[in-house]
Design a binder for this molecule. Structure first.
Ligand code: ZN
Length: 268
């Protein structure tokens, strides 16, 4: 069919050159619907008592031109946020170059203390804030606190995250389980969410049991449910893996939950 939108040679089309193929029609409708949905979500959030049916009526007159304008507004907003993020993550330079540090953070096992800034620790974690305010820390001659559950490398990654709000993928991959537990223990919700996103996107048969352990110990309902469902779907592969036996000994309560769900699913 001649389509005036997706053809590579619009000039060869017969006049009035206004026919459009099914794919282009569907694409245009979907684009307009997506914009309407996102905009009514935004408006509904902004105006709590607004009648949403009124909103959708207002939005039905949108055109593709509106979509393009809306996309370019979003791109501007995105670029502005990128600049703001780069500005805020500039704190990490003060950490890496040890500029005016005022506290030493000791890892639990081995390793030398890491210089950091009290205000970063205190603003990123309520627990760290309390630790810094306790008398032991104040009276400590070297101004130190100890994070007993992390080794030197893990602690360095945690601190880097507190300064920059993100981590290189390789670092995250290597320490994601330890960092998830630390985020839960020291109440750092942004890190917990960051780890959750990584764990969900990298979920596979070889790491699912460890992910389930972490999700359970951090009381992360969403991650636990997704992982349990994934394990049930791949139950045969999981039970025959070498890691399963260790998992049964390590987490008998999770084994019961997993097996019960797998059998209930099989019975259906
Ligand atoms: Zn087309």
């Amino acid at each position: 069919m001649d389509c005036c939108v997706c053809t590579t040679m619009p000039l060869i089309l017969r006049p009035p050159r206004n026919t459009i193929c099914g794919a282009c029609y569907e694409g245009a409708r979907n684009m307009i619907n997506m914009m309407n949905n996102l905009q009514s979500d935004e408006k509904a959030k902004a105006i709590t008592n607004t009648n949403t049916s009124q909103l959708s009526k207002q939005n039905t007159t949108k055109t593709i031109d509106d979509c393009i304008r809306w996309c370019s507004e979003l791109i501007d907003m995105f670029n502005q946020q990128k600049e703001e993020l780069a500005y805020l993550s500039g704190f990490v330079v003060a950490f890496k170059e040890q500029i005016h540090t005022d506290i030493f953070v000791n890892p639990g096992i081995n390793g030398s203390p890491i210089p950091a800034h009290k205000f970063v620790l205190a603003t990123r974690s309520e627990i760290f804030k309390n630790m810094l305010e306790c008398d032991d820390c104040k009276s400590s001659p070297n101004n130190t606190i100890t994070i007993p559950d992390l080794n030197h490398e893990e602690l360095e990654s945690l601190l880097e995250f507190l300064y920059s709000g993100t981590l290189p993928t390789q670092t995250l991959e290597k320490h994601v389980y330890t960092l998830s537990r630390a985020a839960d223990k020291y109440i750092i919700p942004h890190l917990l969410k960051h780890c959750e996103r990584h764990l969900l996107s990298s979920l596979n048969i070889s790491n699912a049991l460890e992910t389930l352990d972490v999700a359970d110990s951090c009381s992360n309902h969403n991650l636990k449910e997704t992982t349990l469902n994934f394990l049930v779907k791949n139950f045969e592969h999981v039970v025959s893996s070498t890691k399963f036996e260790a998992f049964v000994h390590r987490s008998p309560h999770l084994t019961v939950q997993l097996v019960t769900r797998a059998f209930a699913n099989g019975a259906k």
